[in-house]
Design a protein around this ligand. Structure first.
Ligand SMILES: Cc1cc2nc3c(=O)[nH]c(=O)nc-3n(C[C@H](O)[C@H](O)[C@H](O)COP(=O)(O)OP(=O)(O)OC[C@H]3O[C@@H](n4cnc5c(N)ncnc54)[C@H](O)[C@@H]3O)c2cc1C
Length: 395
């Protein structure tokens, strides 16, 4: 396959910028054009709900240093969106009205926050969102966080650090229950309750009035600040209009991150990836996935046919709890715990049919390599081994 002359990257987030950098790292000498709707140069999102929101950091981690793009002849078009993808004739139309051709194209458009009908309040996706929310988190204010997922929990933690009164609302019975299940969700609930967060669980939001949030159980909350943290939706409009195959709420890609359209690839939050290790499509909204798929897809854009095979990896920081989660478990998987849950120093494992599906280390940092190897191998292990054995020896 001839080396492409021009590669267009749609989305100047973590996946897109990682791909652009990796293309140059691989020695690609052709043209690279990166389109980004935002005016900031590419940055990473995790600090937006952590150190930036806490006021500990003035800015997020940038994917590359300021001079990198110009020094590497990467044409970074900030503040310019791609409005149309025409795979049939290998062109895109941008928001300046220009029609541009490509030889290969990467879609890395990420996600946007979900919103609720009639809702007014803060969302948290961009640096500007984070700075706006930070300035609203003032001592003594009542903050209502709608949604007890990862972002909702991290916002609650930051709001408490700013001295706000915090109420978290969710129709489910525990925070984070979809990913972690009820027992581990309860660990996070008690962490937040110990830090003064009030939960309204098992009751959804029924509607919004100009001053308040009406819950399904009839109560009305009157917050100073409302935060909508009800998940994110992949930005699929270009892919949909171009007729690309969709799956798992994202753009279907094969093991090497190729979409159904010739010369069009996808990576990061939008990619529903045919995962060789899991034997099914996997779409995750994780920092490591965007970074690693972005780096990997550079090879695919240059014609390599190597499967992307990394296991999902996720982390969070809330108060003094740090956690890493590797793998992909389901709600019916068997939970095994090693360590001291009440001290919040433990490793949780999820087993299915005797094989390890996922592991989560909470405030325990010395098993990382073994956990990664065991999860990657989907090791056959017993609950007793996971509780007692030297994990390194199980690898
Ligand atoms: C507040 C926050 C905290 C997070 N914390 C964690 C964490 O602790 N751990 C973890 O594992 N993950 C975390 N994540 C998730 C992780 O950051 C994302 O999964 C990751 O950033 C996805 O990268 P991406 O490149 O796919 O998308 P994005 O980072 O969303 O980048 C996509 C970019 O494309 C641009 N774009 C979209 N459409 C167009 C278009 N048509 N034309 C031009 N540009 C376009 C967007 O403006 C955006 O800048 C967090 C996410 C958020 C929002």
């Amino acid at each position: 396959m001839a080396e492409p002359q021009r590669i267009v990257i749609v989305g100047a987030g973590l996946a897109g910028a990682s791909a652009a950098g990796a293309l140059r790292d691989r020695g690609y000498g052709g043209e690279i054009v990166v389109f980004g709707t935002e005016r900031h140069r590419p940055y990473e999102l995790p600090a937006l709900s952590k150190d930036v929101l806490l006021g500990k950091a003035g800015e997020p981690a940038w994917v590359r240093e300021p001079g990198f793009y110009a020094d590497n002849e990467i044409d970074l078009r900030l503040g310019v969106s791609v409005l149309e993808l025409r795979p049939g004739d290998h062109t895109i139309v941008d928001s300046d009205g220009a029609v541009r051709s490509y030889d290969r194209l990467l879609l890395a458009t990420g996600s946007r926050p979900r919103v609720l009908p009639g809702a007014q309040g803060h969302v948290l996706r961009t640096l500007d969102d984070s700075l706006a929310l930070r300035s609203a988190l003032r001592e003594g204010r009542h903050v209502v966080v709608i949604g007890a997922g990862w972002i909702g929990c991290e916002v609650a933690s930051a709001a408490r650090a700013h001295g706000c009164r915090v109420t978290v609302v969710d129709p489910l019975a525990e925070p984070l229950v979809r990913v972690l299940g009820p027992e581990m969700g309860a660990v996070f609930r008690s962490l937040h309750e110990e830090h003064g967060v009030e939960f309204r669980l098992g009751t959804g939001v029924e509607g919004f009035s100009p001053s308040g949030v009406r819950l399904a159980d009839g109560t009305e909350l009157l917050p100073d600040v409302t935060v909508l943290a009800v998940g994110a939706t992949p930005r699929l409009e270009l892919a949909e209009a171009a007729g690309l195959e969709l799956a798992e709420g994202g753009v279907a890609v094969d093991a090497a991150l190729r979409t159904s359209a010739p010369d069009v690839f996808a990576a990061g939050d939008i990619a529903a990836h045919d995962h060789p290790r899991h034997g099914r499509r996997v779409r995750v909204e994780h920092w490591a996935n965007a970074k690693d798929q972005g780096t990997h897809v550079a090879g695919s854009l240059l014609g390599l046919d190597e499967p992307y095979a990394k296991s999902p990896y996720f982390f969070t920081d809330q108060y003094d709890l740090g956690m890493e989660y590797r793998g992909l478990a389901g709600p019916d998987d068997e939970l095994v715990v090693r360590g001291d849950v009440s001290a919040r120093e433990f490793v949780a494992f999820w087993l299915r049919d005797g094989r390890l599906r996922a592991a989560m280390n909470v405030n325990v940092w010395d098993h990382g390599t073994a956990l990664k190897a065991l999860v990657d191998a989907q090791a056959t292990v017993t609950p007793e081994q996971l509780r007692e054995a030297d994990l390194g020896a199980l690898v």
